[in-house]
Design a protein around this ligand. Sequence first.
Ligand code: SAH
Length: 394
Amino acid sequence: MEFATITLKPGKEQSVQRFHPWVFSGAIKAVSGEIQEGDVVDVMDHQGNYLATGHSQIGAIAVRIFSFSKVIPDQDFWTKKIKNALELRNQAGLTDCDQTNAFRLIYAEGDGIPGLIVDMYNGTAIMQIHTVGMYLIKEILCEALKTVLGDKLKAIYNKSEGAMPFKAEVQPENGFLWGKTTDKTALENGLLFNVDYEKGQKTGFFLDQRENRALLERYSQGKKVLNLFCYTGGFSFYALRGGAELVHSVDSSERAIELTNENVHLNFPEEGRHKAFAEDAFKFLNKSKEEYDLIILDPPAFAKHQNVVPNALQGYRKLNAKAIRQIKPGGIIFTFSCSQVITRDAFRKAVFTAAAKSGRHVRIIHQMEQPADHPVNIYHPESEYLKGLVIYVE
Ligand code: SAH
């Protein structure tokens, strides 16, 4: 099969030869024929040598590459890709575990499948598609999921509304693509949670904090815990199981607070140690009189683009300085950044500056990252986004 071709300017082949999966529009010298958004295209160097195959896209990223060798991206091709992604999760011990049945099966570029996220919640696959190319083959992707997961798959739900690029002509609607279920509970390290994949943020739950939540549990015994930006309360119910004396959860979204309360109730029906507040985290810290021993700071991405990095760093400094100033001597802070454009180094510097400003003695006791089901493609450093520090504040 012959696909339309995109020819790169001299020198622009280098990044593709290093397996980076994006072709920027500025790198293109010529295009053969009419290309519609979402079409499969072959990428060539300026001398006409084949480099890669991907989906075309309107915008700064003009091609998202899914193969660096000549392929026909048919059913078999996508089934193999998804099988390969599942194999990694098998090795990570995530697929056949009686304590955890929620994991990310496909992490876009991290798994060599740009434009596609699939999260599994107790057999329900939540598919979030970010490109027209992937959207056009969603039936093929469903077939692939069915083949690869077999009877472990109960349903496939499409959660792509609002996930497409701004100018895309396809208008996805959320809903089941295959099967149906009303069961929305899943299990993580033996704790239950409700996943509101229909109305919740992203696919309904932040799976990327699984291991960091488990680490927090180990530090919770007898502590007064403040979970800022709690969303569905993940860190809070781990702290409760870890023996915290008191847990306060804060999120500016009323719905998030409802979900947190539901999840706490699901695991600890008679819990008197937990309280949730629908409030701005900064305001809450400003007026709080409580002396906390353990604080979690897991804000939304303060920077989504390079041009707002300085403001975002300012935000991280301010938030961390407040928490460092207020925590009890000998207290511990779990602090995170999920902004992909903020480097690990820049984040660490922001926390250092916050510590220095507060005049307290701070030591790093753990460095945290995203788990194995959010693999970092070494040729695409952009797939690394989550970083965190556990700090001990004297
Ligand atoms: N820690 C969570 C994920 C946090 S996502 C987990 O483990 O699942 C970020 C959350 O911050 C969202 O729920 C969002 O509603 C909340 N948020 C955003 N701005 C906020 C603010 N200024 N104050 C409090 N919460 C805020």
